[in-house]
Design a protein around this ligand. Structure first.
Ligand SMILES: *Cc1c(COP(=O)(O)O)cnc(C)c1O
Length: 362
C-alpha cells in the first residue's frame, strides 16, 4: 500500500489493479477480470450488462445473501426463488426447469461454501431456453468444477473480497467477463458511464458520457492490499484446508450417531475451505448448540434467512414451499474458520461439539 502511494496513483486501474488482473488471468485463465468495489457491485454491473428491464424474471436460490437478488431487483426484475438441494444449500436441480417462463432472463447459481453448483445441468438448461447464466462466485475463489475454476462457467461471474471471505481486501470484488461481447460496456459501466478506459489506452482522444454506469472501480490502495493476499494465496488456502479437513475427520461420525448433516464435497467439485458448517436436525437443537459452544467462548453462527420469507420479499413470494432453503435457514450452523485458528482450537471446538451431543443423547 505504501508502494502504491509512492507510485503516485491511488485511484482506480493503477499498477496494483493491473497486477491483480494478471494474477487472475494467469492462475485461472479468466480473460477479463475487472476488480470492483464489491461483489454486490459486480452483480449490479451484471444486471446492467444483460439489460434487465422491469418485468424480467431472474431465478435465484432463496438461501443466499441478499445481494444476489437485490442487484437484479434494483433494475426492476421479478425474483423467482428456487429451493436448495437436499445434500447441500446450492440451488437444487429438481424443479428448476419448471421455474423457467418466457420472461426468464437469467439464472444466478450461488456456489455456497465454495462448492460448485451442478453447472453442466444449469448451463445446458440455460442453453436450451436461451437464458443468461451469472455465477455468484462470492465464496468460490480457488475452487474448481470438472477441473475448471468456478467463475468460468457463466457469461459473467462475480467474486467477493469482503473480509469474511478467503482472500480479502476489507471490501472488494471482481466481475469476470467470460463472454467478450460484454467487455466494452463493462468497462464503461464501471467508469461512471464514460469511455475513460478507452481514453487512457489512447483509443479515443477525449472521454465522455456514453452509457449508464456508476462508480464501481476500487482504489489502487485496495488493489495493493488484495495483491498481497493473492501473493499469499497458497499459504492461506493450505492452512484453511488443513483446518477444514481436521473438522471433517473429527466430526464425520456425528452423521451416523446423531443425524447431523456434514458438508460433503459434491462430485466433480473441489473444496476451497471457505466455510465449515453442520446442519442440525432442528432449530431448537441448533440454538442449544450455539448456546452451549458460547459458554466455552466459541462463536458459532447461523447463516442466511431464506429470502422468500424476508420482510421485503415475502409479500411477493408465490407461496411455493421451499423446504430445503427453510431447513438450512433454521438448522445450519457455521463453525469458526479463519487463518489464525490453530489445530488445537479446532480439536477443542470439535470436542465441545461431541460433548454437546453425548450429553443430549444420555
Ligand atoms: C459475500 C457475498 C456477497 C456479497 O459480497 P460483497 O463483496 O460484500 O458485496 C454476495 N453473494 C454471496 C453468496 C456472498 O457470500
Amino acid at each position: 500500500m505504501k508502494d502504491a502511494i509512492q507510485r503516485g496513483h491511488i485511484s482506480g486501474d493503477g499498477f496494483y489493479t493491473k497486477q491483480c488482473s494478471k494474477f487472475f488471468q494467469s492462475r485461472y485463465h479468466f480473460t477479463f477480470p475487472l476488480l470492483t468495489t464489491s461483489c454486490t457491485h459486480a452483480l449490479e454491473m451484471a444486471a446492467l450488462l444483460i439489460e434487465i428491464c422491469p418485468g424480467d424474471e431472474i431465478i435465484v436460490p432463496s438461501f443466499t445473501f441478499v445481494s444476489t437478488a437485490n442487484a437484479f431487483a434494483l433494475r426492476g426484475a421479478n425474483i423467482v426463488f428456487a429451493d436448495s438441494g437436499q445434500y447441500n444449500p446450492n440451488i437444487g436441480t429438481d424443479g428448476l426447469e419448471a421455474l423457467i417462463t418466457p420472461k426468464t432472463k437469467a439464472i444466478v447459481p450461488v456456489h455456497y461454501a465454495g462448492f460448485g453448483c451442478d453447472m453442466s445441468f444449469i448451463n445446458s438448461l440455460a442453453a436450451e431456453y436461451k437464458i443468461h447464466v451469472i455465477e455468484d462466485a462470492a465464496q468460490a475463489i480457488d475452487s474448481y468444477y470438472c477441473g475448471k475454476p468456478l467463475g468460468s462457467f457463466g457469461a459473467l461471474s462475480t467474486f467477493s473480497f469482503h473480509e469474511t471471505k478467503n482472500i480479502i481486501s476489507g471490501e472488494g470484488g471482481m466481475l469476470s467477463v467470460n463472454n467478450p461481447i460484454y467487455l466494452e460496456r463493462a468497462e464503461i459501466i464501471r467508469e461512471k458511464g464514460t469511455n475513460r478506459s478507452k481514453f487512457f489506452r489512447g483509443e479515443v482522444d477525449k472521454y465522455t458520457w456514453v452509457d449508464l454506469g456508476s462508480s464501481y472501480l476500487p482504489s489502487d490502495l485496495i488493489a495493493a492490499y488484495l495483491y498481497a493476499q493473492l501473493e499469499s494465496m497458497d499459504a492461506i488456502q493450505s492452512k484453511r484446508l488443513q483446518l477444514w479437513n481436521l473438522y471433517f475427520s473429527n466430526l464425520s461420525d456425528l452423521e451416523q450417531q446423531h443425524g447431523v448433516q456434514l458438508p460433503h464435497v459434491p462430485d466433480n467439485t473441489t473444496c476451497n475451505a471457505h466455510m465449515f458448517y453442520l446442519v442440525c436436525r432442528s432449530l431448537v437443537e441448533r440454538s442449544d448448540l450455539i448456546y452451549f459452544l458460547s459458554s466455552y467462548g466459541i462463536k458459532a453462527v447461523f447463516h442466511y434467512q431464506a429470502l422468500h420469507t424476508s420482510q421485503y420479499f415475502q409479500p411477493n413470494h408465490d407461496s411455493r414451499d421451499l423446504a430445503h432453503a427453510s431447513r438450512y435457514s433454521d438448522c445450519l450452523v457455521r463453525l469458526p474458520l479463519y487463518c489464525d485458528l490453530t489445530v488445537e482450537n479446532v480439536n477443542f471446538i470439535s470436542q465441545c461439539i461431541w460433548d454437546f451431543y453425548r450429553r443430549r443423547s444420555s
